[in-house]
Design a protein around this ligand. Structure first.
Ligand code: CAA
Length: 380
């Protein structure tokens, strides 16, 4: 077993770390308070190849591996988990699928600008009545000659307000249930595509989330990704990779919480010495460090398996499950260690908790990750 990263992986991690410190950190508190989308930061991330990390260079991407992707998302999310999710959705949920199932024409039209960070993508699967039970798509796409007419509503769409490309799942044949779902690539500005009010969220406030509706939206058949009826398979396989991205985002929050707790406990004095000398604090720090390392191993294992073209759905679900729980627990413990100071904005740890919670919900709740894991565990 070789646990060493390659020189390229280390260089990518260090670039992401420097970028996060220099370009993201200075505005993160203000963007969280004002719920402001980081337009300039996203553009700059594109310049570093971070918006299309695993897309081959021939289609405008950086051609990096998934392990490097995990390292970069963790570093970015350690400083600002909102930026982490914007990057993760574009990379894992949008670019990945177009690269794998798109025609050359679709790659030229959609993937090249997305991978270069010139355009932004969003993934439209969830609906008001189809969240965890994703097979129950009500959005319909009815064939009309060379076109499809789409009608329906999607919700909880990360990047929804700012996206240029919408990766949309819709029912093309209800009689076939989930095998009647298809995927479409739809551009901003298409008549009938409308976005709703931006959600006022607990955390990841600098990323945008909204509903997206399709009202007699006319889409040419060359915007169908893969074949008719492949949509659920595309969604599930895409989400397997997406869970690696969200696992890495959660690692960033968990690690940031640990580092903040260590720093504070070495300086804050109580009972005559730094609180780091108290066993009550030491045990908390031990558990936080152990859990974040265990979660990192799982997320990296999933990434490594994906790079080796081995099955990785279970490891991706395990990584997300553990990393998201660790993010919430570490943020809670970091607040506890900070005492009253942990409850106010100045020390950042309150934001870590607000940002952490969503990692247990989106791209499959923790309960859904357990469904995915248990099915593999019980497989004959
Ligand atoms: N990988 C690959 N294929 C999978 C799969 C996986 N993880 N899970 C299911 N499938 C396949 C099955 O093999 C099956 O294929 P066949 O029909 O060819 O046999 C098909 O999908 C249907 O599977 P099931 O019969 O198991 O369906 P189910 O309804 O019992 O369960 C589920 C499916 C696992 C619960 C699935 O619905 C699921 O993952 N739900 C969660 C959806 C989710 O993660 N939503 C997040 C939306 S994105 C988001 O968060 C927004 C954002 O902007 C960040």
């Amino acid at each position: 077993m070789d646990f060493n990263f390659t020189e390229e992986q280390i260089a990518i991690r260090d670039t992401a770390r420097d970028f996060a410190q220099n370009e993201i950190a200075p505005s993160s508190i203000e963007r969280d308070i004002k719920a402001e989308f980081p337009h300039e930061i996203v553009k700059k991330l594109g310049g570093f190849g971070f918006m299309g990390m695993m897309v081959p260079p021939e289609w405008g991407g950086a051609g990096f591996d998934t392990v490097s992707y995990v390292l970069a998302i963790e570093e970015i999310s350690k400083v600002d988990a909102s930026v982490g999710v914007i990057m993760s959705v574009n990379n894992s949920l949008v670019c990945y699928g177009i690269n794998l199932w798109g025609t050359d024409e679709q790659k030229e039209r959609f993937l090249r600008p997305l991978a270069a960070g010139q355009k932004l993508g969003c993934f439209c699967l969830s609906e008001p009545e189809a969240g965890s039970d994703a097979t129950q798509q009500k959005t319909e796409a009815v064939k009309d000659g060379d076109y499809y007419i789409l009608n329906g509503i999607k919700n909880w769409i990360t990047n929804g307000k700012n996206a240029d490309v919408y990766f949309v799942h819709a029912m093309t044949d209800k009689s076939k249930e989930h095998k009647g779902i298809s995927t479409f690539l739809i551009e901003k500005g298409t008549p009938g595509l409308e976005t709703g009010v931006k959600e006022d969220k607990l955390g990841i406030r600098s990323s945008d989330t909204c509903t997206v509706s399709f009202n007699n939206c006319k889409i040419h058949k060359n915007q169908l990704l893969g074949e008719e009826g492949m949509g659920f398979k595309i969604a599930m396989e895409t989400l397997n990779g997406g869970r690696i991205g969200i696992g890495a985002q959660a690692l960033g929050i968990a690690q940031a919480s640990l580092e903040a707790a260590v720093k504070y406990s070495k300086t804050r004095k109580a009972f005559g010495s730094p609180i780091a000398n108290l066993q009550a604090i030491q045990f908390k720090l031990s558990d936080m460090a152990t859990n974040v390392d265990a979660a990192r191993m799982l997320v990296l294992l999933a990434a490594w398996k994906k790079d080796q073209e081995l099955p990785y759905a279970m490891e991706a679900a395990m990584g997300k499950l553990l990393a998201s729980r660790t993010a919430v627990n570490n943020a809670l413990e970091a607040i506890q260690i900070h005492g009253g100071y942990g409850y106010v904005r100045e020390y950042l740890v309150e934001r870590y908790l607000r940002d952490a919670k969503i990692t247990e919900i989106y791209e499959g709740t923790s309960e859904i990750q357990r469904v995915v894991i248990s099915r593999e565990v019980l497989r004959d």
